[in-house]
Design a protein around this ligand. Structure first.
Ligand SMILES: [Zn+2]
Length: 426
């Protein structure tokens, strides 16, 4: 028999009366409560405590391996070796560098429950990624985001191996590339573009950064653009009168900035960088800006995109018409993260709430842009949660992680994973 909540699969389930499977299934709370009483689960909880020092060492080790966007190979190799040491099966990497390892389940036909952590950091190649342990805290760029998530993957695999728990559905451990800004979720996007994975991952739990106080179940959509205006350029004195791309860009910015945005769903835009020209006495040949737009609603993102394209057209035409020469403009999409929500009645959301109630953990729902956006946009169940402990200074070289309370985060991840997988009764 198995304790579990898996819907749409053939897992044996615990029945409340005499093994009659047609009876009502246990609630998420009952399932999680019974899991928390199992000997194997207690052993796993004890494992988290007794291995706290080793987990810190692993976190320092992985953080000291540079993993800039598009440069995660060395860290991926490291994770692949760790997956093998932990006895995961079918350990492999794909063409992009995503790393996979499987802990098989009792039910050979069941789809995977996925546990993922992104490998990449925001820090460019050449950043000093030295790490330190000081006063009980760990320091290093990326130590929390996502050193703590990768460490949690290893902790769950290690605790399951050593505690004798037999879960029903197989667990797919994933270390993925390309989550941070420039990566634009390319690692997770690629995984869900492969029918092999897309059709076999039922739910995905994304482990990202420290903490236990949030559940990201709503994917914030974002689209990013690079706008470039080009002209002939010339000398500021002898070619005076030539259309100036910087002036056109200023007109574009002035127009686009007037675009009204919806407050609910919250929708925002930002002009983040502006570049152009070569010297004070040259009429520039080009001017470029980068624009970030965000919303929980695809319609609002579409609306902002139309407004941006309209502003580009009008601002460029206005500048061209007053001058001798015609400017050209190009709008390039440099980022596109889909927006989507996990339905309130979903199994995954009910289960994480039950786990939090079981552990007396307070958490709140949040909207953010994470790897979970990709499966959510495909109508799959996915959330992003923290790996426990606490952290700060994310995306700065002063980043730190405090392992105090890490085991609450690990217990939370373990109970959630096992409740989704189903577990054989002792
Ligand atoms: Zn992260």
């Amino acid at each position: 028999m198995a304790l579990g909540l898996q819907h749409g699969s053939s897992f044996p389930r615990i029945a409340s009366n005499g093994g009659d499977d047609s009876r009502a299934q246990p609630s998420a709370q009952q399932t999680v409560g019974r899991l928390a009483e199992m000997r194997g689960v207690h052993a796993a909880f004890a494992w988290f405590r007794s291995h706290s020092r080793e987990l810190e060492d692993l976190q320092l080790q992985v953080t000291a391996i540079p993993a800039p966007p598009w440069g995660e190979a060395a860290r991926g190799e490291w994770l692949r070796a760790k997956f093998e040491e932990l006895g995961l099966l079918q350990v492999q990497q794909d063409a992009l560098g995503n790393v996979f390892g499987v802990r098989p389940g009792l039910d050979a036909d069941a789809p995977f429950i996925g546990l993922s952590a992104h490998l990449d950091t925001v820090f460019p190649a050449g950043t000093d990624v030295r790490v330190a342990r000081e006063g009980g805290k760990l320091y290093g760029p990326g130590i929390s985001d996502n050193g703590s998530g990768i460490t949690a993957l290893l902790a769950i695999a290690g605790a399951l191996r050593d505690s004798g728990i037999q879960q029903a559905a197989p667990i797919l451990f994933i270390g993925n590339v390309g989550e941070e800004g420039e990566g634009d979720l390319r690692g997770m996007r690629h995984i869900f573009e492969q029918p092999h994975w897309a059709n076999s991952i039922l739910s995905l739990i994304v482990l990202d950064g420290a903490g236990t106080d949030t559940v990201i179940a709503e994917g914030l959509g974002s689209r990013r653009y690079e706008v470039t205006v080009r002209g002939i350029g010339g000398h500021s004195w002898s070619d005076f009168g030539m259309a100036n791309p910087v002036v056109a860009l200023a007109h574009i910015i002035a127009r686009f900035s007037e675009t009204p945005v919806s407050a609910n769903p919250k929708t925002t835009f930002n002009i983040g960088t502006v570049q152009g020209g070569t010297s004070v006495n040259s009429i520039p040949q080009s001017a470029t800006m980068r624009v970030d737009t965000r919303s929980a609603s695809v319609e609002q993102l579409d609306r902002l995109e139309r407004a941006l394209r309209e502003a580009v057209k009008e601002g460029t035409a206005e500048t061209s018409s007053k001058k001798k020469e015609v400017l050209t403009a190009e709008v390039r999409v440099i980022g596109d993260r889909p927006a989507a929500d996990l339905p309130a009645e979903s199994n995954l959301l009910k289960t994480i709430r039950a786990v939090d109630a079981q552990l007396s953990n307070n958490s709140r729902l949040q909207r953010a842009s994470t790897d979970a956006n990709i499966p959510l946009a495909l109508g799959r169940e996915a959330i992003a949660i923290g790996a426990g402990g606490s952290g700060g200074g994310a995306h700065t070289v002063q980043e730190w992680y405090d392992p105090a309370g890490r085991d609450l985060g690990l217990k939370r991840i373990l109970l959630l994973t096992l409740a989704l997988c189903g577990v054989a009764e002792e």
